[in-house]
Ligand binder design. Structure first.
Ligand SMILES: [Zn+2]
Ligand SMILES: [Zn+2]
Length: 459
């Protein structure tokens, strides 16, 4: 099975980034370098200040900035087809590029659901015209995500589906998951699982604990997630299949994932920036921007997630970017839809909340933000000669207030809105082309009499 990534055609980049601090945890690169991009490929990496600007059509002064491999988000909702008022392929991938992401994988819970080859192909074609960064599409495990009948997994895989998921919903029927794992042997696609026992979650709207009790809101217990992870890990082990656990949120779930891995189950997992940085205490505001599924949990859970990210029990960071219209999110907390945006704030939120206080190191954050394609068989972007250019340029000293200048996303349901964060993506090169330039940075470039090309910018 080969994952198909689609993006609009763009001119291959030709630029020299001079004297930026290049950090690629996998190659060990961690010092000031010149990085030359020619015809969309990284042509040369040399000690800072040694490459000739005449080599490229544009020179970017990178002194004081950091250059990282592009981030990969394996879990976004682009709301297309069906809710283009909330996000479309163009706005969603522009938001991705603004966050330093050079590749995203989109979930299939759209309207209609991506559960047949015709819908998948039409999305790939649209992305080939609209997407600012390469995007892959997962297909559903069951038709209409209704849980009853498997999709044509073999055909969908041959059309380049990135994997299979009924995200938004669990695969309730254990037999159905078992059958999907049997088909996986034929087509190879990874099964990405939203783990939640509907009977335990019930009508819950937030984490079940002291805060939900004091607010008088119905809770979603941690065991709703962890018991289904246990079940599915055992089914995967029995079938010798591979599963990926989406958005792990609870300490009990971390234990279940660790146990499964120790038993040799081929299982990977991801965690979101919001579960790593926020807790159910934030829900006391009753602001629906803190409402998502799985819910923000307790401080003990948050710490378990950070430890698991550090130890590798959790493999990668995924935003679960879930745009919702303002009208829907402004409903009272109990009625508002679940989900928050995340592409534009992932790096800054994690850098501010985890790296600056010394909880985790910068190399680890970069490693986990670039590892999202791994479970799906996509190699991580690297900063090395003779590879396609996929990197971002970041100012770690720049502080900004989330939402102050709007968002690239068509929706604004960020759980960090109004917060001051540190670390700003200035430039993203994805698939060999410039996908994003922060507007003020472009102006600075122009003032420095360096040529600044066309590009994005904050609205
Ligand atoms: Zn989910
Ligand atoms: Zn999701």
């Amino acid at each position: 099975m080969r994952v198909r990534l689609s993006a609009r055609a763009a001119a291959p980049a030709s630029l020299l980034v001079r004297s930026a601090h290049a950090l690629d945890p996998r190659s060990g690169l961690d010092a000031g370098h010149d990085v030359l991009v020619r015809d969309g490929d990284i042509a040369e990496i040399a000690p800072a200040g040694t490459l000739d600007p005449a080599e490229a059509s544009e020179t970017i002064e990178g002194e004081g900035l950091h250059l990282f491999p592009g981030f990969v988000d394996p879990h976004v909702h682009l709301r297309t087809p069906g809710r283009e008022d909330e996000e479309d392929l163009e706005s969603g991938t522009r938001a991705a590029a603004a966050g330093g992401f050079c590749c995203v994988l989109a979930m299939p819970n759209t309207d209609p659901v991506v559960d047949n080859a015709a819908v998948l192909r039409s999305l790939q074609q649209r992305a080939g015209v609209e997407a600012a960064v390469p995007v892959g599409f997962l297909a559903a495990i069951t038709k209409g995500q209704a849980g009853a009948e498997l999709t044509e997994m073999v055909e969908l895989a041959s059309e380049g589906a990135a994997g299979f998921s009924d995200d938004g919903l669990p695969v309730r029927n254990a037999r159905r998951l078992q059958q999907a794992l049997q088909y996986q042997r034929l087509c190879g696609g990874l099964l990405a699982l939203h783990e939640e026992d509907p009977a335990l979650s019930g009508q819950g709207v937030m984490h079940e604990g002291a805060v939900s009790a004091s607010l008088g809101l119905t809770g979603i217990p941690s065991i709703s997630e962890s018991t289904l992870i246990e079940r599915d890990a055992q089914i995967a082990r029995y079938e010798g299949g591979r599963v990926h656990i989406l958005h792990v949120s609870a300490a009990e779930s971390v234990e279940a994932v660790a146990r499964a891995k120790a038993e040799g189950v081929e299982l990977t997992s991801e965690v979101t920036p919001h579960h790593l940085t926020l807790t159910d205490e934030d829900v006391r505001s009753l602001d629906a921007r803190f409402k998502m599924n799985p819910p923000l949990r307790g401080e003990r859970d948050r710490q378990a997630l950070v430890d698991a990210l550090r130890s590798g029990v959790i493999d990668c960071i995924a935003t679960d970017h879930a745009p919702h219209s303002r009208e829907e999110k402004e409903a009272p907390f109990e009625q508002a839809p679940m989900g928050v945006t995340g592409l534009e704030t992932a790096f800054a939120a994690l850098y501010t909340e985890l790296v600056l206080p010394g909880v985790i190191g910068l190399p680890l954050l970069v490693e986990r933000l670039t590892a999202g394609g791994g479970p799906y068989g996509l190699g991580p972007p690297t900063v090395a000669p003779n590879v396609r250019a996929n990197f971002c340029l970041v100012d770690l000293d720049s502080t900004w207030t989330v939402g102050e200048a709007g968002y690239e996303s068509r929706s604004e349901n960020s759980c960090y809105a109004g917060r001051q964060v540190q670390g700003r993506v200035l430039l993203t090169v994805a698939g060999g082309a410039v996908a994003y330039r922060e507007r003020a940075f472009s102006i600075r470039l122009a003032r420095g009499s360096l040529q600044a090309g066309p590009g994005g910018g904050r609205r």
